[in-house]
Write a protein that binds this ligand. Sequence first.
Ligand SMILES: [Zn+2]
Length: 199
Amino acid sequence: MADADSSSAATPSATRCGRCQTALTDSERVPAQDRFFCRTCYEILKLQLRTTVASMSENVNYPMALLGAVLGGVAGALVWWGFTVLTKIGLGLIAVGIGFLVGHGAARGAGGKRSAGLQALSVAVGAVSFLVAAYLVNMTFINQELAQQGRPVRVPFPPASLGMFFHVLAANFGVMKLVFLAIVVYEAWIIPRPVKLPA
Ligand SMILES: [Zn+2]
């Protein structure tokens, strides 16, 4: 049957479908990257691709994703806390690290899945991780100051209340912290983003 198609004089050097090897005329072939497909195969491949991409966002194991994200967030927050206390420099690169670890933790925890739900989970865990890390940094510096003044009170971890948490954070929450938070959120958002196919 392929012979009958390719015998046409209009296609002296017949292009063949990359999937079924049918010879194709110029009007029949559909270009895809470095090869051509017949219309039928192109539709089949397109459907397979869509199914594969859709399955990446299905049956997401959210409890495991949460666990992965939290582990990433804890690791990133500890590095940020340690580095900032030791050097007294809030390094943006480590903020990227928190978002990176949380985003990949969520995606890995879910078994390599990607979905809008994972993005939301990842952003929430990333933001909380960064804020907790910022709290830990302030707590350490405030407690050092209190110790130098010989006062017995200490800022505790975990904070006694949400009010205390934000009060300690607000002590030096400036533009740079906001920039770092934005970086964390961006990284956490972009990593588990579902693959979008062109129409
Ligand atoms: Zn074909």
